[in-house]
Ligand binder design. Structure first.
Ligand code: COA
Ligand code: ZN
Length: 307
């Protein structure tokens, strides 16, 4: 049975645009119940300035609570060196730094050009040489890989050039991100084939948004060319506040349903996710929740791959 990793990013991407602040204790209940449902990787928080995204003012507390769960791989998202240092100081050594292939999105998101964001990547990777960063495992997301709502086209050659720089510069994981839901399955295959080669054994993850309904089709395309790690968000929450029109990540419950149905083991129990989702909906109130399994239920014929 082949395993596919599904990393829950609801506690980061999922709530970074939420209207309500979710209390720290509820965030931690979310993490604990993810773990109880079989989720083994969670991007638990974001080390951004609380002034910019107040939802993550409690990042250090969430980190401490999540890291207390034995067997859970906890990661963070960071937009810059300072975020990486804060993550390491809070004990989260799996750090996902994100830069944008689109210069326009890069400037809107982090007030830097893509080239400047690459320089910042080098400063973060250099932390591995320091005492604070000696255990750093550095993922790097390439946002707007398939296009950008501000700039439009993103040249795939630019994406591959960036992937080469990242791998050469010490990234441990490359995360191919369709921040705004522009990708189609053909494009996904065209980018992932060379990226998997460039990564040469390092982990390659996909981060898809379902903005235009192709999220799971893109996931299948990625699986077909060999990707084995995906980000997904409970209830399909998510969206980048600095990418106009962005909406949710691929839905976690539906993603597990699809992968298990295809015979890949995720280790995740959909029933437990659906129960958690009901509570998360009540905690968050008025958000855009998506998901076909939550609406229609599991088919009687569903058999998890592991069973
Ligand atoms: N965490 C906490 N504080 C931070 C920080 C971080 N990661 N990065 C910078 N700061 C603080 C600085 O110390 C400085 O504080 P001061 O005013 O008290 O001196 C202030 O924020 C401004 O720092 P600066 O380096 O000039 O940042 P900036 O104003 O150019 O903003 C980013 C750059 C990257 C911090 C900001 O654009 C950002 O947070 N973007 C991320 C957006 C995001 O979350 N997108 C969604 C996920 S992809
Ligand atoms: Zn995202």
């Amino acid at each position: 049975m082949e395993r596919i990793i599904v990393r829950e990013v609801g506690l980061r991407d999922g709530i970074q645009m939420a209207h309500r602040f979710l209390e720290t204790e509820r965030k931690l209940e979310w993490v604990r119940r993810d773990f109880a449902a079989g989720v083994r990787e969670v991007e638990a928080t974001s080390f951004v300035p609380p002034k910019i995204v107040p939802q993550f003012a409690d990042a250090a507390e969430v980190a401490a609570g999540a890291l207390a769960i034995e067997g859970l791989l906890v990661s963070s998202l960071v937009p810059n060196l300072k975020g990486a240092e804060r993550s390491l100081a809070a004990g989260i050594t799996h750090v996902n730094y994100v830069l944008s292939a689109s210069d326009a999105h890069s400037r809107a998101n982090v007030r830097r050009s893509t080239d400047e964001a690459i320089e910042e990547f080098r400063r973060i990777a250099a932390l591995k040489q320091t005492d604070l960063g000696k255990d750093l495992v550095l993922g790097v997301g390439i946002a707007t890989t398939f296009g950008c709502t501000i700039q439009g086209e993103v040249d795939p050659r630019r994406v591959l050039e960036i992937a080469e720089i990242l791998v050469g510069g010490g990234a441990d994981e490359i995360i191919i991100a369709d921040t705004v839901g522009y990708a189609n399955p053909g494009q996904v295959k065209d980018i992932l084939r060379p990226v998997l080669e460039i990564a040469a054994g390092r982990r390659v993850s996909c981060h898809f948004h379902d903005t235009r309904g192709l999220g799971l089709a893109n996931l299948v395309a990625a699986v077909e060319v060999g990707a084995r790690a995906f980000d997904a968000s409970l209830a399909g929450l998510g969206g980048c506040p600095f990418a106009p029109g962005a909406t949710g990540n691929i839905n976690l419950e539906d993603t597990v349903f699809l992968l298990e149905s295809l015979g890949f083991s995720t280790g995740i129990d959909i029933g437990a996710l659906l129960e958690l989702r009901r509570d998360v909906e009540s905690w968050l109130g008025d958000e855009r929740f998506s998901g076909a399994i939550a609406r229609a239920g599991l088919p009687k014929t569903y058999r998890p791959a592991a069973a």
